[in-house]
Write a protein that binds this ligand. Structure first.
Ligand code: NAD
Ligand code: IPM
Ligand code: MN
Length: 350
């Protein structure tokens, strides 16, 4: 039997609650498939670890993680205890970068049994391909002068390789979907990066003449996703635009608590990292009421990445049956606990 060794980083806040729930579901999925199993190793890295040691993970943390097949992460951040730029850059973003997880895949679709807050949701089903390693998140810039004259400079860095990689990935994905790619741009207002982004999109698009291709400015695109989300198939976006669009994607599905994500090292040279779109939700942490579906769906993305599509589809079906039965956590307007939802998904997974 094939065994996958998975490094588990529950992280902070509700990450510590939703990750064990999703692991129960993934173990059941593996059992159901029968041809593979998971071996989980949990690392207690995060803000508590930082408060004890002064580090978000040990110095050799990346080396340790390289010894695993994939990484399953909850969420990072306890902003009242550790500043976000320390916690996120010391763990989540560090892993994304060092493992060259340059593509972040974030689907959003209307699930059966889950009413969208939109008036006319019309069965939308789109995927945001988020460039995950550069763009507006570049570690480039600084602060100069002081007092009233102080200036903060943040450079956004878009390399041809990184931009092309994201676009090619989006076009390839569209081939197996509804053959349409929308590029999120802002070349009317941002003078260097976005005209470059458009140029690369047009160039890469020439290799995919059969795929529909459109550019939308990010502001209009945000509005379209609310007014007519069914028009979108694959959306390719820069790091920051993709970040924003995918919380929006979660919201129009019903809650950011169900939105899944996969940080992919598409070369499969290093482990990829599966972590949901949402954060550590300190406002509801420790109460057993967080929605585990985002983490469970994220687990389904890991199953897909490993090639177990059939059982992955069963996980999504079990989620939908659970929702259709009205077993929903508070973020979806229900009264169920994390335990109730997890038990229902486990029950329907067969
Ligand atoms: P958040 O996603 O943690 O929470 C936003 C809102 O959504 C909150 O009201 C929260 O209760 C709710 N929510 C989120 N996930 C939920 C779930 N599964 N079930 C029910 N409700 C849920 O965003 P935030 O408040 O901006 O950030 C909190 C911390 O998490 C910060 O430190 C932030 O930097 C960090 N963060 C981490 C990640 C990550 O590790 N991947 C992602 C986003 C934010
Ligand atoms: C996400 C998060 C992170 C990001 C933060 C916590 C740095 O919002 O994964 O969506 O912006 O990438
Ligand atoms: Mn985000």
């Amino acid at each position: 039997m094939k065994t996958y060794r998975i490094a588990v980083i529950p992280g902070d806040g509700i990450g510590k609650e939703v990750v064990p729930a999703a692991i129960e579901v993934l173990n059941k999925a593996a059992q159901l498939d029968g041809s593979f199993q998971f071996e989980w190793t949990t690392f207690p890295w995060g803000c508590d670890y930082y408060l004890e040691t002064g580090k978000m993970m040990p110095d050799n943390g990346i080396e340790i993680l390289k010894g695993y097949d994939q990484i399953f992460l909850g969420a990072v951040g306890m902003p009242d205890l550790v500043p976000d730029h320390i916690s996120l850059w010391g763990l989540l973003i560090k892993i994304r970068r060092e493992m060259k997880q340059s593509i972040n895949v974030r689907p959003a679709k209307l699930l059966q049994g889950l009413p969208s807050p939109l008036r006319n949701p019309n069965g939308f089903d789109f995927v945001v391909v988020r460039e995950n390693s550069e763009g507006e998140y570049a570690e480039s810039g600084g602060r100069i002068h002081s007092g009233q004259d102080e200036v903060a400079i943040q450079n956004a860095i878009f390399t041809r390789k990184g931009t092309e990689r994201a676009m090619r990935y989006a076009f390839e994905m569209a081939k197996n979907r509804r053959q349409h790619v929308t590029s999120a741009t802002k070349s009317n207002g941002i003078t260097y990066s976005m005209p470059f982004w458009d140029e690369v999109f047009a160039q890469v698009g020439k290799d995919y003449e059969d795929i529909g291709q459109v550019s939308n400015h990010i502001d209009a695109l945000a509005a379209f996703l609310v007014m007519k989300p069914e028009n979108f198939d694959v959306i390719v976006a820069s790091n920051l635009f993709g970040d924003i669009l995918t919380d929006l994607g979660g919201a129009i599905m019903g809650s950011i608590g169900i939105a899944p994500a996969a940080n992919l090292n598409i070369e499969r040279q290093y482990p990829s990292m599966f972590e949901p779109v949402h954060g550590s939700a300190p406002d509801i942490a420790g109460q057993g009421i967080a929605n585990p579906l985002g983490q469970i769906w994220t687990g389904k993305m890991m199953l897909d990445f490993l090639g177990y599509h059939e059982v992955g589809t069963k996980v999504l079906n079990a989620m939908e049956v659970t929702l259709a039965q009205g077993i929903k956590t508070g973020d979806l307007g229900g009264k169920a606990t994390l335990r109730d939802v997890t038990d229902a998904v486990l029950h329907h997974l067969q």
